[in-house]
Design a protein around this ligand. Sequence first.
Ligand code: MRU
Length: 364
Amino acid sequence: MRIGERHYRSIWLSEDGWAVEIIDQTRLPHDFATIRLESPDDVERAIREMEVRGAPLIGATGAYGLSLAARGDPSTEALERAYKALLATRPTAVNLRWALDHMMAVLIQLPPEQRAEAAYRHAADICDEDVAINESIGRHGLSLLENLWQAKGASGRLDVLTHCNAGWLATVDWGTALAPIYKAHDAGIPVHVWADETRPRNQGASLTAWELGQHGVPHTVIVDNAGGHLMQRGLVDICITGTDRTSRHGDVCNKIGTYLKALAAWDNNVPFYVALPGPTIDWTIADGIAEIPIEERDPAEVTRVTGRTREGHVVSVDITPAGATAANPSFDVTPARLITGFITERGVCEASEAGLARLFPDHG
Ligand code: MRU
């Protein structure tokens, strides 16, 4: 990822070789600050408070949480305690469980004195694998965007609508939904992004707009309810979103509001694609609507908004009457039938059990 002239990943090891550093995403876009994580408790807080967020990055951070745990106390009891605490931080994104399970499977087999070193090595592999997966999603998505661009007569601009933040900040690098957009922009396709603001935490307005801006990709922030209108006017060529968990039947759980975008896309014949890394598929679940746990977050995220004043102070203000009741389901499920296709690291497939099984025969 590009920040100014410097290349960053969203998580890295500090110079001392054991502490973990992250970008504090709660302070973007107004302030760029990094945080040093020194213990599994630090990691737990960082995930829960959404200093790191986005399904793949939550998984990678959880893996380093177990590394820090193993460094402090490599006993099986201590690792199991850390595993449980980390797993409970955010219930919807399956990448966390995937990464923690992979780590535990490796560590438990080893004698305690070898666990810390192996944990750091394995967490680094999980990070590198995420980067490779997303780069590959970017390449497959680029072909899709190139074809769409040619079908449009290669004139004007290519308008992509996205929801929440499924860019480099949500992963270790590249992003999922935004990877094809970066590739298309770099290949000279005049891509423009409609970025849903994504209430209540505004990851689109704050994070997607910020990272697209750092890369020089033209974009426009819209309120969440504008997407349907833009589609009716022919102003959206394709929707691409990320996913926090996809069932083996192809139902996609993603940030609240994704489902409504898919409905609007369906009604307006706009292709609706989901960028889907293999580790985000939950092969144990068939029916996404019935089976995927939906995170309920603090209602205060709905009743208060945070922003910067003209004087440069970052403040939070109430937007509801005192005592108003609010609910904050954080994710929704888009049924497979509304999804045109998945862009995975192994290619593009239809959103169905057969489509996923064709690309991932080894996991089915
Ligand atoms: O609550 P968040 O900010 O962690 O939610 C993030 C999303 O919904 C993303 O779309 C999803 O994690 C895919 S990230 C590549």
